[in-house]
Design a protein around this ligand. Structure first.
Ligand SMILES: *Cc1c(COP(=O)(O)O)cnc(C)c1O
Length: 339
């Protein structure tokens, strides 16, 4: 039984994709008027996907509902996925494996961290088997995922491999559902957002938001802030994921990279490294309204939003919504956001 609103007609094909419920009720959509007053700019709302009530939440769980259903339908006994050792995706996947009664193998690029903290600590608690590629190239995860899959099959196991970072068309379906959930909440509250702002890693979340919003004819623009890849690469990937997710449910829908807004300039020293602007956004938000952003994704994206508020870019709009996509376990790593 789902407690969620039925999908709008335009998104009906997505309702037929099997889903294993991990999330339950819609995540809160909350007005942040103190924060809006503190930083300036239009009315501001947070969509709190960080509060997804499962495995420390976050946007990755949206996709994992559909990936787990697929894994179980295929008779899998083990989830296999990978990323960096502080990955939210790997932590959420390890929790998802347990919710489905499955084992988990986590593949990480590089060497084991000196200290067991943050998401890596949670993955250990979940009893996942962990492997390190000993290669700092992130793509080294991909070949090791293939090797682990072959190894498990050889041993008579039934692995289900989720691509690095969880970025795949089936995962995007979860974000299309998030748009339907969000649109229903806006209607209930009488809110007409002009703008939705989010952090972009692989581009899968943005792809789902763009696709779902486009299909329902939503009034809002969507702007992403990249925290890892160059904006141009992220735009191409988002366009590809949107097209592939549409195709997965039998729709042919193209969003060209040229129509996608992703801002560069807020990555700082690099993916996964806290930045001064991101840290300032985290503390500004916490002190204005008691909500914690994270140092890897949402802090940097919100720093971008704040920068554009200061630059006067949003003078003509009334309401912006920031997607809080999670990641708070990274606040407890090293010096965290105060580094
Ligand atoms: C993965 C992640 C994102 C980015 O999502 P993509 O689909 O990879 O673009 C944003 N915020 C948090 C907290 C994440 O873990």
């Amino acid at each position: 039984m789902s407690t969620k609103a039925a999908l709008p007609e335009a998104l009906r094909p997505f309702a037929d994709v099997p889903r294993h419920n991990l999330i339950g009720a819609p995540t809160p959509l909350i007005e942040q008027d103190r924060l809006a007053k503190a930083i300036g700019g239009p009315g501001l709302w947070f969509k709190r996907d960080d509060l997804i009530p499962f495995g420390f939440g976050g946007n990755k769980v949206r996709g994992l509902e559909f990936l787990l259903a697929d894994a179980l339908a295929k008779g899998a006994d083990t989830l296999v996925t990978g990323a960096g050792s502080l990955s939210n995706h790997v932590r959420a996947s390890a929790a998802t494996a347990r919710a489905g009664g499955l084992d988990m193998v986590a593949v990480y690029w590089g060497d084991p961290p000196e200290e067991i903290q943050g998401n890596f600590r949670l993955v250990q608690m979940l009893g996942a088997q962990t492997r390190f590629t000993r290669d700092m190239d992130r793509a080294s995860v991909d070949t090791t995922l293939d090797a682990v899959e072959a190894e498990l099959r050889e041993a008579g196991r039934a692995p289900y491999v989720i691509p690095r970072g969880g970025a795949c068309p089936l995962g995007v379906v979860g974000h299309v559902h998030a748009v339907a959930e969000f649109a229903a909440q806006c209607e209930e509250k009488g809110l007409t957002p002009d703008l939705v702002v989010l952090a972009v890693g692989s581009g899968a979340t943005l792809a789902g938001w763009l696709l779902g919003s486009r299909l329902i004819g939503a009034p809002w623009q969507i702007e992403g802030y990249t925290v890892s890849r160059p904006a141009e690469e992220a735009r191409d990937r988002a366009a590809m994921f949107a097209r592939d997710a549409a195709a997965l449910v039998g729709l042919s829908h193209e969003i060209s990279a040229a129509e996608i807004t992703i801002h560069d300039g807020f990555i700082g020293e690099g993916y996964g490294k806290a930045s001064p602007a991101g840290n300032a956004a985290i503390t500004a938000t916490a002190r204005a309204c008691g909500v914690f952003l994270d140092p890897v994704y949402t802090g940097k994206a919100f720093a971008g939003y704040m920068h554009h508020v200061d630059a006067g870019r949003f003078k003509d709009i009334s309401n912006a919504v920031f997607l809080h996509s999670g990641g708070e376990p990274s606040l407890f790593v090293g010096q965290g956001a105060l580094a």
